[in-house]
Write a protein that binds this ligand. Structure first.
Ligand code: HAM
Length: 419
């Protein structure tokens, strides 16, 4: 029996790395003053239809939707922003004294996509959302945070790409221009794009089938349709980035795959050799209408999300390793049946004193027990023989130096702790 396509088992060698990554991301969140939110792994399907958008690939083709026994349509979350926005509205977080509300999440997301390197059906996102401020400074903070998520691990071959999608008015004008531009080519476009042209022409620019159509290259740029507010906003975001010394490239074709975006949109790419064909590491942007669409007051928000899977791919491409600390402090080697109860007692006592300890459970020979201690990456080995036990003592050997001392059983924790 195998796991479903597009999923993976993370065995201890992998989870050790994941824990390092998760801990680092949590520490970064503390540094930037974001607090953790945990929302359910499934939500009412309607949330994503309204939040992520009916015309997106995510909603149209990629959702894991099912009916529960009560006949409700539920969906495994394909992303985190809609859930966080729902929670923000449900718990009236706009009323909290501390604004903007700055939240982060780590957890699995589900999309029915064609699995390939960097694209799985279950993947883990780390994301942040800052809701309740339309100050360009917070856009820049989110971008800086996003970049630091990679820099914190020593990654260097990174590219930050930004764009503005404008406000409602700018988008309406751009929409009209897009329709005029693509209408003469309607017949040449894929089935999906023919529908997109009517419903949401911006989605055309994100089409993987028609990406090489000549009309794509000459499509009207959103940047030419930004009204004064949007254009000033974008300029200000760039100035804040300059103030932090963060470099970026403006790409007017960056549209993102979700419908809720307004104003600032961005992606971080890996430029490392051998990264693979999907180079986007993370993406995000502003979503000023989303809270209102979900029944909340007019509130602006911005955030981003990365997947830990792609972060690991970037580390591999740049040949960076993570420092994992998987060892234990002490392995108890017990010789002879008589000492087994003392070994149990000692292991238990050491653990209660905060020492990471393990012992033999297979009645192995002494040499094999030493091997097990080495494999467990133990710093010390406690050798418990019958004679020493009767004297209430044991030999303690430090594996790195080979130094061996006799230590009273009730002083072993202090001895190891002091080393
Ligand atoms: P997204 O661009 O759909 O945005 O996904 C963000 C990141 O999730 C991607 O850049 C990628 O690292 C990862 N990702 C997406 N799909 C997969 C997959 N199938 N396998 C592996 N990794 C994947 C969002 O989800 C927005 N909610 C981000 C956001 C937060 N915008 C504002 N706030």
């Amino acid at each position: 029996m195998h796991i479903p396509r597009g999923t993976e088992d993370l065995l201890p060698e992998a989870t050790e790395k994941w824990q390092v990554i998760e801990n680092t991301l949590r520490k970064l969140s503390e540094k930037y003053h974001y607090k953790e939110i945990r929302t359910p792994m499934f939500e009412r399907t309607e949330l994503f239809q309204r939040g992520v958008g009916d015309t997106t690939d995510i909603v149209q083709k990629e959702m894991y939707t099912f009916e529960d026994r009560g006949g409700r349509s539920l969906t495994l979350r394909p992303e985190g922003t809609a859930s966080v926005a729902r929670s923000y509205v449900q718990h009236k977080m706009h009323g909290l004294p501390e604004q903007p509300t700055k939240l982060y999440y780590i957890g699995p997301m589900f999309r029915y996509e064609r699995p390939q390197q960097g694209r799985t059906r279950q993947f883990t996102q780390f994301g942040i959302e800052a809701i309740g401020s339309d100050n360009p400074a917070i856009d820049a903070e989110v971008l800086a945070f996003a970049m630091e998520c990679y820099e914190a691990f020593g990654l260097k071959s990174l590219k930050l790409v930004i764009n503005s999608l404008g406000d409602h008015e700018s988008r309406q004008n751009h929409r009209k221009a897009l329709i005029e531009h693509f209408q003469p080519h309607q017949e040449e476009l894929c089935q999906d794009c023919q529908v997109r042209l009517e419903k949401n022409p911006l989605r055309l620019l994100d089409c993987k089938v028609d990406q090489d159509h000549p009309a794509m290259k000459t499509a009207p740029s959103i940047l030419d349709y930004l009204n004064e507010y949007s254009s000033n906003y974008f300029e200000s975001v760039k100035k804040h980035l300059d103030a932090m010394g963060i470099s970026y490239t403006v790409d007017e074709n960056l549209v993102r795959g979700l419908d809720y975006y307004t104003q600032t949109a961005f992606e971080i790419m890996s430029e490392a050799d051998g990264f693979g064909s999907i180079t986007t590491l993370s993406g995000g942007g502003r979503y000023n209408g989303l809270i209102e669409d979900l029944g909340g007051p007019e509130t602006s928000g911005i955030g981003f999300a990365l997947s830990i899977e792609r972060l690991l791919m970037a580390l591999e491409a740049e040949k960076l390793s993570l420092e994992t600390n998987a060892g234990i402090d002490c392995y108890i080697v017990s010789i002879g049946e008589e000492v087994t109860f003392t070994a149990t007692e000692l292991t238990h006592q050491l653990r209660q004193q905060g020492i990471r300890a393990d012992r033999d459970y297979l009645n192995k020979k002494m040499k094999a027990q030493f091997k097990a201690a080495e494999r467990a990456n133990a710093k010390f080995v406690v050798i418990l023989g019958e004679n020493e036990m009767n004297e209430g003592k044991a030999q303690v050997k430090e594996l790195a130096t080979g130094e061996q001392t006799t230590v009273p059983l009730n002083e072993i924790a202090t001895y190891i702790g002091g080393k």
